[in-house]
Design a protein. Structure first.
Length: 286
């Protein structure tokens, strides 16, 4: 029988769309009929298991799935026997402490003797312990943000992305407990065949991520400025330089990193670059 790597992903929710589109960008084709629990890829030895996100670390630890995509927050909270093999860069959010808007906040000691509602008792408990804060944790499974309003707790610890839910419940964010993003997790012992499929998947994920983090840039420059312009363009090796029909001018092609993007563009313009074109890269193989 052929070996398949079994990947657990969230059935429906904030992780689903980005997980599926990342896999598609990796060239992995499959059809996910709605309501199905499992699907297999048509062109890559991988099977999908569609689950609730909370169950993913446990299924991977038990070996029902070989790997999984889940929020780091859930992975740390469940504390199962799995390891993070890749950070995926989407579903970014933070787990934060929030208190009633009107209260003054002067530091973590605010929480001494207070009760805090959360769905993340383990992560919060560890955080409080590390900071020597003595607070009471109320574990609740949903709608944590309404807890102070109904008198269930004096503060909350919950996931935040923009903070608008907090504001509309009369709360303000005062401390970040954890920064989270989607991560790829794996169980402890994969067979050699499965490990080799995972390595292939990781290679594809890296090529897609590198492509997203870089841009292809083309520009024209007077020849006497080339040295200065090249000094701003690291490229994969060095820029490609081609003569233009117009005498004394060249066309230059290179790759630049998204992080340094605007700074590089400003330097290039100052150095005399013209007709700068920036093009997205679909995949980048190192
Ligand atoms: P399930 O039905 O699978 O249990 P859920 O309601 O528990 O779903 P979602 O709300 O879909 O979970 O969130 C899944 C994950 O997405 C979270 O664990 C977290 O990692 C991330 N996430 C949560 N809130 C946000 C947000 N506001 N912005 C971005 N990512 C978020
Ligand atoms: Zn969930």
């Amino acid at each position: 029988m052929d070996t398949y790597l079994r990947l657990a992903i969230q059935k429906k929710g904030r992780l689903s769309d980005d997980s599926l589109s990342l896999l598609k960008e990796c060239g992995i084709k499959f059809s996910n009929g709605t309501g199905k629990l499992m699907a297999a890829s048509r062109n890559f030895p991988i099977e999908f298991l569609f689950l609730r996100d909370d169950d993913i670390p446990g299924y991977v630890a038990d070996g029902v799935a070989d790997i999984g995509i889940a929020g780091e927050n859930v992975v740390l909270e469940k504390n199962k026997n799995v390891s993070i093999v890749k950070r995926l860069g989407f579903s970014k959010c933070r787990l934060s402490l929030a208190i009633p808007k009107g209260h003054t906040y002067e530091g973590l000691t605010y929480f001494n003797g207070k009760s805090i509602a959360t769905s993340y008792p383990n992560i919060l408990g560890q955080f409080l312990q590390q900071n020597s804060i003595n607070a009471e944790i109320h574990e609740i499974s949903g709608s944590v943000e309404i807890a102070p309003g109904i008198g269930l707790a004096e503060a909350i610890c919950d996931l935040v992305s923009t903070g608008s839910t907090l504001l509309s419940n009369g709360l303000k964010e005062v401390e970040t407990v954890l920064r989270s993003e989607a991560v790829l997790i794996a169980g402890e012992s994969l067979t050699e065949a499965k490990q080799s499929i995972l390595n292939n998947l990781l290679f594809r994920l890296e090529s897609v991520q590198e492509g997203r983090n870089n841009k292809y840039i083309l520009l024209n420059a007077p020849n006497e400025k080339l040295d200065e312009i090249i000094s701003y363009l690291p490229g994969m090796r060095s820029p490609t330089i081609m003569p233009l029909a117009q005498k004394g001018w060249s066309s230059l092609h290179s790759v630049i990193n998204e992080d340094a993007f605007w700074e590089v563009i400003e330097n290039l313009k100052k150095a005399g670059a013209e007709g700068i074109l920036v093009v997205p890269i679909e995949k980048m193989i190192k």
